[in-house]
Design a protein around this ligand. Structure first.
Ligand code: THU
Length: 122
């Protein structure tokens, strides 16, 4: 866990969050590999992308489809993923996937099923 926390903290400066001033880093563990994402905002605010979804996109591009765990880091303290990201994470993680919410001082763990008990499925 300490190695993951180092990676998260090392990448928080890569987030592009000039409008909110709220940088976020996500790290997805999938099939023995890790994938990073940061939030990328836009002057047209609704086009902004969350860190979690960018990490999932990197995972899919690498050919992975099953995530076991996602770590989310905010320098302001642990934050839960937004509702839309919970649905995207569920697509590839299922309810048993772990969500680790990190802040500078520590972290909290929940299952994705706890955070999104009634996710949409086709
Ligand atoms: N944000 C994320 O990247 N992930 C979340 O789960 C919550 C929110 C970003 C979006 C926006 O760039 C900033 O945090 C403030 O909402």
């Amino acid at each position: 866990m300490e190695k993951v926390r180092e990676i998260l903290k090392a990448h928080v400066g890569r987030a592009y969050a000039p409008y909110s001033g709220f940088p976020v880093v996500a790290l997805v563990e999938a099939e023995g590999e890790v994938f990073l994402g940061v939030n990328v905002e836009n002057a047209s605010f609704p086009l902004s992308q969350c860190a979690e979804r960018n990490a999932v996109a990197a995972m899919v591009l690498a050919g992975k489809r099953r995530l076991e765990r996602v770590h989310i880091y905010s320098p302001r303290g642990p934050i839960p993923p937004c509702g839309g990201c919970r649905q995207v994470l569920l697509e590839f993680g299922g309810p048993e996937a772990e969500v680790v919410m990190h802040g500078p001082e520590g972290y909290e763990v929940r299952s994705l099923g706890e955070l999104l008990p009634l996710g949409f499925k086709l």
